[in-house]
Design a protein around this ligand. Sequence first.
Ligand code: AOF
Ligand code: ZN
Length: 341
Amino acid sequence: MNERFMLRALELATLGRGSVSPNPMVGCVIEHEGRIIGEGWHQRYGEAHAERNAVRSLSPEGELLLPDSTLYVTLEPCSHFGKQPPCADLLIEKRVKRVICCNDDPNPLVAGQGFSKLRAAGIEVETGLLADQGRLLNARFFTFMEKQRPYIVLKWAETADGFVAGAGGQPVQISGPLSQRLVHRWRAEEDAIMVGTNTARTDNPRLNVRLVPGRNPTRIVIDKQLALSADLNLFDNTQPTLGYNFIKHETVGQTSYIQLSPDKPFLPQLLTDLFERRIQSVLVEGGTALLQSFINAGLWDEMRVFRSPMLLNGGVKAPVVTGKLANREQIGDDELSIYRP
Ligand code: AOF
Ligand code: ZN
C-alpha cells in the first residue's frame, strides 16, 4: 500500500467537483511496479465511473499488465447497475490483481457488495487507506447516505457587537464585497439555498449566483401560512423554488408548494422531503429564527460566520454559535470562522 498513489487518486477525484452531484467525486490510479500506468475520475453525473475511465486510459501494453497491477480508487467499486454497469464486474473481467480503497460505499445498493464480489473473484481487497480524507472529500454524499438528509451549511454575517440586522429586522449590509462574492461561490457549490419567511419578505433575495460563474441552486423558502407575496423575486420562475407550507401542495411554473403537517416536528419533515428529492446539500442563509431552529435541533454540519468590524448598537441578535472552531481566516475586512458540530 502506498499513500502516494491514493493521494493522486483523491486529487483526480476533485476534478469532478460541481459536475457529479448527487454522485460522489471518485478518482482512480492504476499502479504497476511503482509506476502509474493509468488514471481516471468520475467526470460527470450519469457518465463513466472513475475505474472505467482509468482502465480506458491504459495503453494496449498497459492493459496487459493489469493482472500484476494495483488499482487505487477512493471509493468501493460499485456492484449494481445504475446509470453505469458495475465497476466490480469490469475489474474482474480485466483480472486486476489488487484493489485498494479509502472508503466503503454507503449507498445501500453497494454497501460492501462491491468488495465481496471482488474477493469472490480472487482479487485482493484492502480498504481504509486515507479514509478521513476520503470522507471529507465527499462529506455531502456520506451525510446524505448515512443520515438520510442533506448536508446542512448554516451561514450568516454579524457585526462586531453581534447583530445580523437593524431594529425591526431592517436589512443592513454587514459583510464586505469579497465576502459577498465568496457567498455566491458557496451558492454555486450546494444543491439548494434556504431562507425563512422574514428574510424572504424583508430582503426580497433572488438567491441566485451572480458575482461568480456557476450554476444556480434550487431555492427553498419556509412560508408556513403562505403569507408571502407572489411578487417576490423568489417566485420569479427563473429557477426552481420549493415553498414549504401547511396549506397546499401545488406546482405553478418553477415554483412547487409542498405541504407539511403542522402536527409533526417541522425540520425533520422538511429534510425528509429534501432527501426524497435527492437534494444533497443546503446552504441556510437566514434569518436568525431559521438558523437558530437548525442549531437547536442539532441538524447542521457546518457553520460559516462572517464577523465584520461594523457596530450596530442594537437590532436583531445573531444566532448562538455552538460546535468547535475548525478554521478562521480573514476575507477583506471580515473574519470568517467555520465551526463543525
Ligand atoms: C464507483 N465509481 O466513480 C462512482 C461510484 O447511477 P450510477 O451507475 O452512476 O451509480 C451511482 C452510484 O455509484 C453512486 O450513488 C455511488 O454509490 C456509486 N459511485 N462508484 O464505483 C465511481 N462515482
Ligand atoms: Zn462504479
